[in-house]
Design a protein around this ligand. Structure first.
Ligand SMILES: NC(=O)C1=CN([C@@H]2O[C@H](COP(=O)(O)OP(=O)(O)OC[C@H]3O[C@@H](n4cnc5c(N)ncnc54)[C@H](OP(=O)(O)O)[C@@H]3O)[C@@H](O)[C@H]2O)C=CC1
Ligand SMILES: CC(C)(CO)C(=O)C(=O)O
Length: 307
């Protein structure tokens, strides 16, 4: 299968590299600065699961030579999605599958309306970032990608994807309930990114502070109530499962959103917490902790833009 990865950042760079390492035909759609850097240095993956460097196949939005691809992995930030959709269109044909890896859910409607019948569900569990040298740095044991048909069917096309993704160093796993997996992850990341950015702290100190775990649990309950009111599919007992994960995480664990703030970058607050605050308002649900978290992110964005 011909695979196109849109964005060679933390996520796209990591999983794309693992697919190349396995021997798959992978091309990266990148913007000009990244193109120049990757042409010069190659794509260098520094990972606790093993480093890997190679000269990637690259295209940019105006590449005339590239034809269409069988599967497109979308791995930009949510605030770059609109442009990324425009840029990728020339490389998508009717038979192309579109597999988004973004956190959250709001991107799904957008992608489905652009590429009806072509979008798969997808998510990933990994801590990865681009270093100041442009390398992909992956730092903790988890490095899993989950995908499947949005309706849970074991279609002919999904069998092809399963076959193509088999045997990569990072587990790329098929799920027959990928939308539920996405909602579960959305619940988790809303809370994890929310508390780590509110307190500008890795999870350990928040968890160990007086009342910290109660704060986290209350936030989980607020977010779950909004998601359920909006028709989300969440697993039975998901809050207890997520609390157990929070309690087991290394104390230095940070969300990618906290790393974005530390690097002075834009956050995905509008896409993650903002969508839920708006939904809570629409449904008349009181979510004071979630509100405070989104307010904190909104103030950060305002100050960042004034700098
Ligand atoms: N990092 C993590 O640990 C995790 C992140 N996620 C989610 O994954 C998604 C991606 O995050 P992450 O990989 O960290 O983000 P990064 O910022 O590291 O990477 C995004 C990449 O997308 C590129 N990009 C943006 N617009 C375009 C475009 N039009 N064409 C081509 N490339 C483009 C950027 O390119 P450029 O270099 O030009 O800016 C950048 O390299 C987010 O939704 C995040 O929440 C999920 C799990 C873990
Ligand atoms: C929590 C984590 C690291 C899990 O993949 C994540 O999704 C993020 O920080 O964006």
């Amino acid at each position: 299968m011909r695979i196109l990865v849109v964005g060679a950042g933390g996520i796209g760079g990591y999983f794309g590299a693992r697919l190349v390492e396995k021997g798959e035909d992978v091309t990266f759609l990148v913007r000009p600065n990244r193109y120049n850097l990757l042409k010069e240095n190659g794509l260098r993956l520094k990972s606790i699961h093993g480093d890997y460097s190679f000269s990637p196949q690259l295209i940019t939005a105006d590449s005339k030579t590239a034809s269409t691809f069988d599967i497109v992995l979308v791995s930009t930030k949510s605030y770059h999605l609109k442009q990324a959709i425009n840029d990728v269109k020339p490389f998508v044909s009717e038979g192309t599958m579109v597999l988004p890896l973004l956190n959250g859910m709001a991107h799904m409607d957008r992608l489905v309306s652009e590429f009806p019948g072509q979008v798969l569900g997808g998510l990933c569990f990994i801590e990865t970032a681009v270093s100041s040298e442009g390398d992909i740095v992956q730092t903790s044991a988890m490095h899993k990608l989950v995908f499947g048909e949005m309706d849970g069917s074991k279609s002919e096309r999904i069998n092809k994807v399963i076959h193509c993704f088999e045997g990569t160093k990072a587990p790329i796993i098929y799920s027959d309930k990928v939308m539920e997996d996405m909602w579960n992850k959305y619940l988790f990341i809303t809370v994890l990114s929310g508390v780590t950015t509110l307190f500008r702290s890795p999870i350990g100190a928040i968890r160990e502070s007086s009342g910290g775990l109660d704060f986290i649990r209350t936030l989980f309950k607020e977010v779950e109530s909004v998601m359920l009111a909006g028709g989300a599919q969440l697993s039975e007992g998901i809050i207890e499962k997520h609390m157990a994960t929070v309690e087991a995480q290394a104390s230095g664990m940070k969300s990618s959103m906290l790393r974005d703030i530390e690097n002075g970058q834009e956050t995905e607050g509008a896409h993650l917490q903002g969508e839920l605050v708006r939904l809570a308002e629409k449904k008349g649900i009181n979510v004071p902790y979630l509100h405070a978290i989104y307010q904190n992110l909104s103030v950060y964005e305002l100050l960042k833009n004034e700098r």
